[in-house]
Write a protein that binds this ligand. Structure first.
Ligand SMILES: *Cc1c(COP(=O)(O)O)cnc(C)c1O
Length: 469
């Protein structure tokens, strides 16, 4: 048999009974399918809450040991709904948002403004104003122009905006690609690498003025914030990537940020209070993969920031981190019904069995977008048929509409089987589309033997309602 349930990459509440029927938190998948239909995103509330509190406790403990405070922000872009915002808030997390929509959900859920952050490389005036009016705890500014815009909007409203400056350290993790102090060819943040053009200008101008020529964009950003009384510079923010399984990227980036903080203090006398190390904590998607252990990574990161701070000779700031995927990813699975099953002869004489399900790239774009790998199992029954090489595909009009590139499924897989894909809680529903005018699936929460709908299934009527003719 090809079954791996229970255990990663499935949520902790997933089990199989003697007949091979899987259940989530005590609810058989057949009941979930009967009650809510398929496809459906199924979220294991206990698992999600457990991961949220595990991250918070691990980081609080490890950072307390080095004498620093830490806040854990849940990165809402991974998946946000009113219930999920409340769950993570209950578990002592704050919420990071990256758009007016995410901000609205966090606020509607009752998360205090002071415990919300607003990100984004191209925030609208509306988004900034909403954040200021809600009294968000931090606006993470992403460019020099945005610093002036936030200051102007705060000034017009007579408030002081708490901001962090997002910097890029040259560390790209997840891809294990460190180009420390190199310039970054991407849209986020302000680089800590000095701009050569500006350095040359300084030489040419023989440092005649007090302008910031030769400084890195990051330093210029920090100075620009300090220059505006409508802004309060909380600190420095660095997010290095996603699905990171090797902690060394966090360590390299943290050192760079602490050095920048010390350089700013030397220059201006201002030692900023906070440093955010971003998110990106990796999870298991496939059987045999091992997620980052929160206790272990928290200890490693705490030890390395303590060492870096000692080297640069500054007292420790308050830290924050922003896990998204690691909180919600493993808590979710997607339940599909199998339709067409088609054996296809592939080049080396082997046969690949194409198993079509009733969803696809509209509910999980990650395989098509990044080549992301997932694991699937037939979960409605046990089979002792020989496993076959299968590819799980969707119902959309693209051959790239692949849900699982390669997986062993029982050779008797057939129409009507329930198929579950593991670890779809993050960046599944949140990146879903209506491609082919397919209504988006519901999000169903399961807990203690019961289920409830968090986000209802879209209907054709919903789609028609948006069409003004
Ligand atoms: C995407 C993102 C996160 C969360 O990343 P995960 O991989 O889901 O943990 C956190 N912070 C920022 C700034 C992000 O862009």
């Amino acid at each position: 048999m090809t079954t791996t349930i229970p255990g990663e990459p499935w949520s902790t509440g997933v089990a199989r009974d003697g007949a091979g029927v899987a259940s989530v938190a005590g609810v058989p998948v057949a009941d979930l399918a009967a009650q809510h239909g398929t496809p459906a995103y199924v979220l294991d509330e206990g698992d999600l809450r457990g991961r949220a509190s595990a991250y918070r406790r691990a980081f609080e403990t490890a950072f307390a040991e080095i004498g620093a405070g830490v806040d854990v922000y849940y990165a809402g872009k991974a998946f946000l709904s009113l219930a999920v915002a409340r769950w993570v808030h209950d578990e002592g997390l704050r919420v990071d948002t990256a758009s007016g929509g995410e901000l609205a959900i966090a606020l509607r859920a009752g998360v205090p403004g002071a415990h919300i952050g607003l990100h984004g490389n191209n925030k609208s005036d509306d988004e900034i104003v909403t954040a200021l009016d809600a009294g968000v705890g931090r606006i993470i500014v992403d460019s020099l122009v945005e610093i002036e815009r936030v200051a102007d909007l705060a000034g017009a409203r007579g408030v002081v905006a708490p901001v962090m400056v997002r910097v890029t350290t040259g560390v790209h993790a997840g891809g294990h690609e460190y180009i420390s102090t190199a310039h970054e060819d991407q849209k986020f943040g302000l680089s800590i690498a000095p701009t050569p053009a500006a350095s040359e200008q300084v030489v040419a101008a023989a440092a005649t003025s007090s302008d910031a020529g030769g400084d890195s964009p990051a330093m210029r950003g920090l100075l620009a914030v300090l220059a505006r009384p409508e802004l309060h510079l909380l600190g420095i923010h660095s997010h290095i990537g996603s699905q990171i399984l090797d902690p060394s990227g966090f360590e390299v980036a943290a050192r760079a940020v602490l050095e920048l903080r010390a350089a700013l203090a030397e220059r201006t006398g201002v030692l900023v209070d906070e440093v955010d190390l971003g998110g990106g904590y990796g999870i298991a998607y496939l059987p045999g993969e091992v997620a980052l252990d929160p206790d272990r990574i928290a200890k490693d990161v705490a030890a390395s920031v303590a060492a870096s701070a000692a080297d640069v000779g500054t007292p420790l700031p308050r830290f924050s981190i922003e896990p998204g995927r690691a909180i919600v990813g493993p808590a979710g699975l997607t339940l599909y019904t199998v339709g067409t099953v088609k054996p296809v002869r592939i080049d080396d004489g082997r046969t690949r069995t194409y198993v079509s399900v009733d969803g696809g790239m509209s509910d999980n774009i990650r395989p098509a977008l990044y080549g992301a790998a997932y694991h699937a199992e037939i979960v409605g029954r046990l089979s002792d048929a020989e496993p076959v090489l299968a590819r799980v595909v969707g119902k959309h009009c693209e051959s790239g509409d692949i849900v699982v590139h390669e997986v062993q499924l029982p050779g008797d897989v057939r129409a009507g089987d329930l198929l579950a894909v593991a670890a779809t809680g993050a960046y599944g529903r949140s990146m879903a589309s209506n491609y082919n005018q397919v209504p988006r699936p519901p999000v169903v929460a399961v807990r203690d033997g019961g289920s409830r709908v968090l986000i209802r299934r879209e209907t054709i009527a919903d789609l028609l309602a948006l069409d003004e003719g």
